[in-house]
Design a binder for this molecule. Structure first.
Ligand SMILES: CC(C)(COP(=O)(O)OP(=O)(O)OC[C@H]1O[C@@H](n2cnc3c(N)ncnc32)[C@H](O)[C@@H]1OP(=O)(O)O)[C@@H](O)C(=O)NCCC(=O)NCCS
Length: 206
């Protein structure tokens, strides 16, 4: 079994723990917040970044990001100063991934996710439970896709986007880089870069 460190000790990090199956053994979490460091109430230890050197053979799953910080996920992950080979991709054993799909490095795919044929999932992407991504669709690097999202065929989600849970995205459109889609939206047309949209049909907010 390979060793694994999960960064940070956050909601995404905790949910990642239930996805690691039999392939990895958790060494612990890594978090910069001193108040989070130490033993957790349920057992695992939260380390500082020194753990990356202390456990040189441990792979790393880095899953920072929230609706507040989705645009700087690349910065945060680059700031860990880890080589690309150090990252693991974790796929929950109950996800259904077509052999015809491609998955990058440091990708987290949670339970119940279905990737049908010819999906391309970029590096450093998180996909939360029960999301379905249909044929020939792509999710760009550093993006987060919430739970119960349906992305229809031939749709492209850009770089460093945040797709809120419960959203549906119609087939054949493009969601521009750095876009956030609010919880429970229906996106029925392409969105330019840096959009903030929500609702049914999804429109610009804020
Ligand atoms: C889209 C989002 C980021 C907007 O947050 P915000 O910038 O703080 O926006 P506000 O709450 O100030 O809302 C601005 C307007 O958009 C509307 N709005 C916000 N989110 C909406 C949503 N999901 N659906 C419909 N309308 C929404 C608000 O009602 C408000 O409308 P008003 O101006 O008419 O009053 C946030 O609402 C959201 O949906 N985040 C995703 C959360 C998520 O997916 N969580 C699950 C992760 S596991």
């Amino acid at each position: 079994m390979e060793q694994l460190l999960i960064f940070p000790y956050s909601g995404n990090g905790l949910e990642a723990l239930s996805c690691i199956g039999d392939k990895y053994e958790l060494v612990g979490f890594v978090d910069d917040a001193i108040e989070k460091q130490g033993k957790t109430s349920f057992g695992p230890v939260v380390y500082s970044r020194e753990a990356f050197e202390k456990f040189p053979n441990a792979k790393v799953l880095a899953v920072p990001g929230s609706p507040q910080s989705y645009k700087i996920r690349k910065q945060i992950i680059d700031g860990l100063n880890l080589s690309e080979e150090r990252f693991a991709s974790i796929i929950h054993p109950d996800a259904s991934i077509s052999n015809l799909s491609e998955i990058g490095r440091n990708v987290l795919i949670m339970a119940g996710v279905v990737l049908t044929s010819n999906c391309i999932i970029g590096d450093h992407v998180c996909i939360l439970p029960n999301t379905v991504i249909h044929h020939d669709s792509a999710v760009g690097a550093y993006s987060l896709v919430g739970s119960n999202v349906a992305i229809a065929g031939n749709t492209k989600v850009g770089f460093s986007c945040y797709i809120g849970s419960g959203t549906n995205i119609i087939n054949g459109i493009t969601i521009g880089d750095y876009t956030i889609v609010g919880l429970g939206s229906n996106v029925i047309k392409s969105m330019p870069e840096n959009s903030k949209v929500a609702g049914n049909p999804a429109k610009t907010i804020g």
